[in-house]
Design a binder for this molecule. Structure first.
Ligand code: NI
Length: 273
C-alpha cells in the first residue's frame, strides 16, 4: 500500500515540477538551508497536496477522492467557500506520515450561463470512466479552449480559469514546518524566501491563520507559464508552493484539519492579478 501511495505522490510531484519551476528552487533552498544549519542531511516533509475539479458527475470531487480512499485514506473534513462557489473535503491516512489531501470542486450550476457553457464544452467529450484511469490525478487537461474563453472564465472565476488551463494535477504541495529542525516560525521562513526573491501571496496577510486557529499557512504566488490555447499561446498562472505550521490541540496532538477562512485566501495564489 505504501509503495502505491509513494508512487502516486511521486508522479504528482514530478508533474507539478514541470509547470512550477520555482517550487524546485524553493525546495532545494529550504532543504539546503535546513541541512546546513542542522549539520546533517535534511528532508522536507509534505503536509498536504491540493487538487481541483468541477462538480460534474464523471469528474467530481468524489471521483478524485476515490483514488485516495482506495489507498486507505478517509474523509476527515468538509468546507464551503460561498463567495467562490466552491466546496472541499480533506482526507487523511491512518499513517500520519502520509500527506493529507485537500480536494475542491467548483459548483458549476452557480456560475453564469456563459461560464457553464464553456465548462460543458470542455468536459462533454470526456469518457464517463475517465476518472477511474490510474493516471487521472495527473492527466492535466482533456480539452482545449481559446484565450477569449479563458479570459471569460477569469472574469467570473479564477478557479474555473485555472482548471481550464491546467486540468487535473496537484495544484500545490506544502512544506511542513513541523518537520523542520531549524525553522521555528513561518515568518522566519517567509523572510528567507523573500530575501531569495520569491513572491508570496499577500491576500489576507502574508500568514493566514495562526495559533488561535491551530494552523498557520503562507504560500508563493503561482509561476507564470506559457499555455497553448486553440488560437495561440498565453502566459498564465500555474501552481504555487505552500508552507504550513500546525499547533497542538488541548489533547496534545497536532491539529490536522484546515481553516476555511485561510484556504479561501490560499486559493488566490493562482489569481491572474
Ligand atoms: Ni493547501
Amino acid at each position: 500500500m505504501h509503495n502505491k501511495i509513494d508512487s502516486l505522490f511521486s508522479h504528482l510531484w514530478q508533474d507539478y515540477l514541470t509547470i512550477t519551476p520555482s517550487a524546485k528552487k524553493v525546495h532545494d533552498l529550504l532543504e539546503g538551508y535546513e541541512s546546513e544549519h542542522l549539520g546533517k542531511s535534511a528532508k522536507l516533509g509534505n503536509d498536504h497536496i491540493a487538487l481541483r475539479s468541477f462538480n460534474i458527475e464523471k469528474i467530481n470531487l468524489d471521483k478524485l477522492a476515490a483514488h485516495f480512499l482506495a489507498l486507505g485514506y478517509t474523509e476527515q473534513g468538509q468546507y464551503d467557500f460561498i463567495e467562490k462557489k466552491l466546496r472541499a473535503k480533506h482526507f487523511e491516512h491512518a499513517d500520519e506520515t502520509q500527506p493529507k489531501v485537500f480536494i475542491s470542486e467548483l459548483i458549476v450550476e452557480e456560475m453564469p450561463p456563459i461560464v457553464q457553457q464553456i465548462i460543458q464544452k470542455m468536459t462533454d467529450d470526456m469518457d464517463d470512466n475517465v476518472a477511474q484511469q490510474d493516471n487521472f490525478l495527473y492527466s492535466g487537461t482533456h480539452w482545449q479552449i481559446s484565450t477569449q474563453e479563458y479570459e471569460t472564465l477569469v472574469a467570473h472565476s479564477e478557479y474555473a480559469a485555472w482548471m481550464s488551463a491546467w486540468g487535473f494535477r496537484a495544484n500545490h504541495f506544502t512544506v511542513s514546518l513541523n518537520h523542520m529542525g531549524h525553522f521555528k516560525s513561518l515568518a522566519q521562513m517567509n523572510t528567507l524566501l523573500k530575501e531569495s526573491g520569491f513572491v508570496l501571496n499577500n491576500s489576507g496577510g502574508e500568514i493566514k491563520g495562526g495559533p488561535e486557529v491551530l494552523l498557520a499557512q503562507s504560500s508563493t504566488m503561482a509561476d507564470q507559464i506559457e499555455v497553448e490555447f486553440s488560437n495561440g499561446k498565453k502566459l498564465v498562472p500555474s501552481c504555487f508552493y505552500e508552507f504550513s505550521q500546525r499547533y497542538k490541540m488541548p489533547t496534545g496532538k497536532l491539529y490536522q484539519g484546515f481553516v476555511a477562512a485561510s484556504a479561501d485566501k490560499i486559493f488566490e495564489s493562482t489569481n491572474t492579478q
